[in-house]
Design a protein around this ligand. Structure first.
Ligand code: HPA
Length: 278
């Protein structure tokens, strides 16, 4: 049986054989946001199922593939779909892809997600730059022996959401006429949506957005030294904020409507990354 680091190395070696050039950024597309992959030039799709040890999602609204290609002239890998803790995957499986990108030394990690809006100032369709998080998953992907080659035992999360990338994202938003709000994301495990009492609690704790992803992979991305810029799209008011009940279909429908501006923003940000690097 291969160890976890061996599995990460095997997946990476398999990818490098097919894609010799390291991407500048790994972009993870959340529920209903898959259409960015269609904007890539010279796209090269690879189904997750073909990559050794890569976990395959069961959630509706998620394609299950990597697409390598160029966006704004820069080499990127777009991950369409992710696996979630609520599907029964372990934290290590949930963060497998982030480990592979980190081991490849991809400099930038850009997760996107759909969220519920907790802050009263947020509206369905708003795009939010995540500037901090609260981990209410009850676990942490770094629990277990630490692999020093990957990162420190006690990684710092003070600037987990890279301040410089936040400025670039805000600049890209301004240039594209996109209103970009800022907020703190709280992760619950799901798969049930939250109760109204849980949402009131989360608001009291300082959360603006709620979702069921992103936090574990950001912790791992930071552990491996990638620079993170996370973007969220508000799919619904969080539980109890309207008289309505919540459905996954509503989330997908809203993402469909908002995906165009989120994707323009991601493209604008990617365009700035090489400038940032040059
Ligand atoms: N709660 C949790 N996750 C979500 C929500 C929500 O209201 N909307 C989209 N993802």
């Amino acid at each position: 049986m291969e160890s976890y680091p061996e599995k990460v190395e095997a997946a990476l070696a398999w990818l490098k054989e097919r894609v010799p050039d390291r991407p500048l950024a790994a972009i993870v597309l959340g529920s209903g946001l898959g259409s960015l992959a269609e904007r890539l030039e010279d796209p090269m799709p690879i189904p997750f199922g073909e990559i050794p040890h890569w976990p395959v999602s069961t959630a509706p609204g998620h394609a299950a593939r990597l697409v390598f290609g160029r966006l704004a002239g820069r080499r990127v890998v777009v991950q369409q779909g992710r696996v979630h803790y609520y599907e029964g995957f372990s934290m290590r499986e949930v963060t497998f892809s982030a480990r592979v990108y980190g081991a490849w030394k991809i400099p930038y990690y850009i997760p996107t997600n759909a969220s519920g809006g907790i802050h009263h100032g947020l509206r369905t369709g708003d795009i939010v730059l995540v500037h901090d998080h609260i981990n209410l998953l009850g676990t942490n992907p770094l629990i277990g022996p630490n692999r020093e080659e990957w990162g420190p035992r006690f990684p710092d999360l003070v600037s987990a959401y890279d301040p410089e990338l936040q400025l670039l994202a805000e600049e890209a938003a301004r240039e594209n006429g996109i209103l970009l709000k800022r907020g703190t994301y709280v992760a619950f495990t799901g798969p049930s949506f939250e109760t109204p009492a849980e949402i009131r609690m989360a608001r009291t704790l300082g959360a603006d957005l709620v979702g069921m992803s992103t936090v574990p992979e950001v912790i791992v991305a930071r552990h491996m030294g990638m620079r993170v810029c996370a973007l969220s799209c508000v799919a619904n008011p969080a539980a109890g904020m309207t008289g309505q009940s919540l459905t996954h279909q509503e989330v997908l429908d809203e993402m469909e409507k908002s995906s165009a501006s989120l994707l323009r923003l991601v493209e604008g940000l990617i365009r700035k990354l090489e400038e940032d690097r040059a």
